[in-house]
Design a protein around this ligand. Sequence first.
Ligand code: SF4
Ligand code: SF4
Length: 167
Amino acid sequence: MTATDPVAHPPDPQLIDACVHCGFCLSTCPSYRVLGTEMDSPRGRIYLMDAINEGRVQLAEAVQHFDSCLGCLACVTTCPSGVEYDKLIAATRVQVQRHYQRPVGDRLLRWFIFQTLPYPQRLRALLWPLWLYQKLGLANLEKQLGLLKRLLPKSLAAMYQMLPSFR
Ligand code: SF4
Ligand code: SF4
């Protein structure tokens, strides 16, 4: 995929070039602060966008770094060069959607999220099995055994930790 590919619609190279790699944005980026890797910072992601446009990096190799961006846009207000990261990451996410085939587990999880979170009634319906799960003491048992934590994929285990408690 190159910048000249008419089907690709890459992030605008002019917006990418506005980044002078000063690194001011790093201290305000939550994903960089937690993960501590350059490619999970705004500067690193902008570098990746450029590298993908020029064919030096494959989109599939960079997807995890775009996924780790929270879209909070703290970097936009910090950037002294006025880099429009919001437009860049928006274009990149569409690229990922268009050109990257996610693993089956990822697709299922995303399908589940899109089928439940936007719909309050469906979410409410899901509370019943959760209520029963907790009332029967299974949640306490799980707390002691920690089975789900070990068996579930990381993303699901993290979601499990955030379930509301009825007690
Ligand atoms: S996005 Fe802005 S603050 Fe961050 S490295 Fe580029 S120019 Fe510097
Ligand atoms: S929008 Fe993404 S890159 Fe910018 S500060 Fe938030 S997490 Fe970091």
